[in-house]
Design a binder for this molecule. Structure first.
Ligand SMILES: Cc1cc2nc3c(=O)[nH]c(=O)nc-3n(C[C@H](O)[C@H](O)[C@H](O)COP(=O)(O)OP(=O)(O)OC[C@H]3O[C@@H](n4cnc5c(N)ncnc54)[C@H](O)[C@@H]3O)c2cc1C
Length: 469
């Protein structure tokens, strides 16, 4: 059904990290925007409080989606705020290595640390960034630090998008993986969406866009509300902000595959492998700030991996630890005695998001020999850390997890090898834009969120300049 609402200046599909920044920038500049989001709109008082509810209510696929051979679990948020609601909010700029590689692959000039610096500054100025004070580090972090020092690896405090996590009150940050109930985490639901709404944004949650179409003077977005009602919205411009898998699916389903040969290719995901070290004394890795240190080792970077000092709630650990019956129960009984480190692989072997003849999607993603070697070098470093700090046993996670889903609509100058132009416009279209994780040309090996914010701010300026002409 055609919507009875008057056409908008712009429709934003997906209100995650990118969608939140674009919605705020455009509405505050006077653009009449509609933002549609497949997920629900929670706030600090309504976020789910139980892990299994959170998986079902905040994620696509009821908590997890799988690649073609079920060797990688892909975590993709489905909620107003997108990944910024469920993520760990670690914020890093990309280094020369990442941006030079993007420039070489894409031919896009502004992929350099110098050209990106003003956009990073703008993104950083719009959120609150903090390091975790040393006195609040938990035992998991202390094992990580001691193991790094024993083995001569470089570590550093990490920078998190948070305002006041109230560690002095005994707050355990692991629960903020289901949405921060004290509005400390700087999700776009806290930082951007309220400002966009105040400036006049129309937000329609629980609306899943199915297809998009360019018309003579604009765009149309057709999709379904949660109650099954279909509606078509129209606008002058369309901004795709539904993430690597969301945007790629939407464009493939809308028939763009034939004119954009690169669509669905160049999918990267930083596969992560979680290792648990068992200690005699309780580690209580779930206590306090869940993550406060990061690996900052130049040798690790050259070797294509980084280590993350993280933990996960019980159902996630139950899925990751191997074994069945008593063997599995034995692991779960020792939950509080585990320290946890994961290796995050900077993957070089791209995956492919593919639509089958009957409209079903497959995510073909695997590790080639180079990526497996990167993983194995990281695992060896983790084992060194656990062994030097007195772990009694090391338990390896049974599958990889991917949290950083990137590409599928990669940016580049060549329409035969990329999907989005350096002006953030889908090649061959006049009115369809994207600046989110789908546009990444390859895997940076660094947390992506800050760069998505920076690119979205740059895209907003580009769209506003075009709207004025
Ligand atoms: C558990 C976890 C921890 C993470 N930790 C970090 C971290 O510490 N640091 C970091 O930098 N990154 C982290 N990330 C990754 C980071 O959150 C994402 O890279 C980032 O949010 C992606 O931004 P985006 O705008 O591209 O997409 P998203 O933020 O995923 O937003 C896309 C939105 O579009 C919606 N959508 C999709 N399809 C449709 C459709 N058809 N119709 C309507 N809406 C649709 C989705 O529901 C979603 O809300 C983490 C991710 C996870 C899952």
């Amino acid at each position: 059904m055609q919507s009875t609402r008057a056409p908008y200046d712009a429709i934003i599909v997906g209100v995650g990290t990118s969608g939140g920044f674009l919605a705020k920038s455009l509405t505050e500049a006077g653009v009449r925007c509609l933002a549609v989001e497949a997920g629900r709109h929670f706030n600090r008082g309504t976020y789910p409080t139980k892990e299994v509810d959170a998986n079902a209510l905040l994620y696509w696929g009821g908590g997890i989606e799988l690649n073609h051979d079920a060797s990688i679990g892909l975590l993709r948020a489905r909620v107003v705020g997108g990944g910024s609601i469920v993520n760990q909010a670690l914020m890093d700029r990309f280094d020369d290595d990442a941006l030079d590689s993007w420039r070489d692959t894409s031919g896009v000039d502004f992929f350099s640390t110098a050209a990106m610096a003003p956009w990073y500054e703008k993104a950083e100025a719009s959120i609150c960034l903090q390091e975790i004070p040393a006195e609040y580090r938990n035992r998991n972090a202390e094992i990580f630090r001691a193991g790094f020092e024993d083995n001569g690896y470089e570590w550093a405090p990490l920078r998190r998008a948070q305002r006041d996590c109230r560690f002095a009150d005994g707050n355990d940050c692991i629960a903020c993986l289901w949405g921060c109930r004290i509005d400390s985490k700087q999700s776009t639901n806290v930082t951007m969406v309220p400002k966009a709404l105040a400036a006049g944004l129309d937000l329609v949650p629980q609306f899943e866009a199915d297809t998009v179409r360019e018309t003579a003077d604009g765009v149309e977005v057709t999709g379904k509300h949660a109650d099954g009602r279909q509606e078509t919205f129209s606008a002058r411009r369309l901004i795709l902000a539904s993430g690597a898998i969301g945007n790629t699916k939407l464009l493939l389903r809308s028939g763009f595959g034939e004119r954009l040969p690169a669509l669905g290719h160049n999918f990267y995901s930083h596969p992560q492998y979680m290792e648990l070290g068992l200690y005699s004394e309780p580690v209580d890795a779930h206590r306090g700030p869940m993550q406060s240190l990061k690996s900052a080792d130049a040798g690790f970077r050259r070797s294509g991996f980084k280590l993350e000092n993280v933990y996960a709630p019980p159902a996630a650990i139950a899925m990751l630890v191997p074994g069945f019956g008593r063997a599995h129960q034995r692991h779960m009984r020792r939950l509080s005695h585990f320290a946890c480190i994961e290796v995050c692989v900077r993957d070089t072997h791209p995956g492919h998001i593919r639509m089958g003849r009957k409209g079903a999607f497959t995510i073909e993603k695997s590790l080639d020999a180079e990526d497996r070697a990167r993983r194995d070098r990281g695992l060896a470093a983790i084992h060194n850390i656990f062994l030097s700090t007195g772990a009694k046993e090391i338990i390896s996670g049974s599958i990889a997890i991917s949290l950083h889903l990137m590409g599928g609509c990669n940016m580049g100058v060549d329409p035969k090898r990329s999907v989005v132009s350096p002006e953030f416009r889908v090649h061959g279209t006049r009115h369809i834009y994207s600046a989110d994780s789908s546009t990444f040309p390859n895997a940076p090996g660094i947390n992506p969120a800050l760069t998505i914010m920076a690119l979205s701010l740059r895209a907003a300026e580009q769209i506003l300049a075009e709207a004025r002409t």
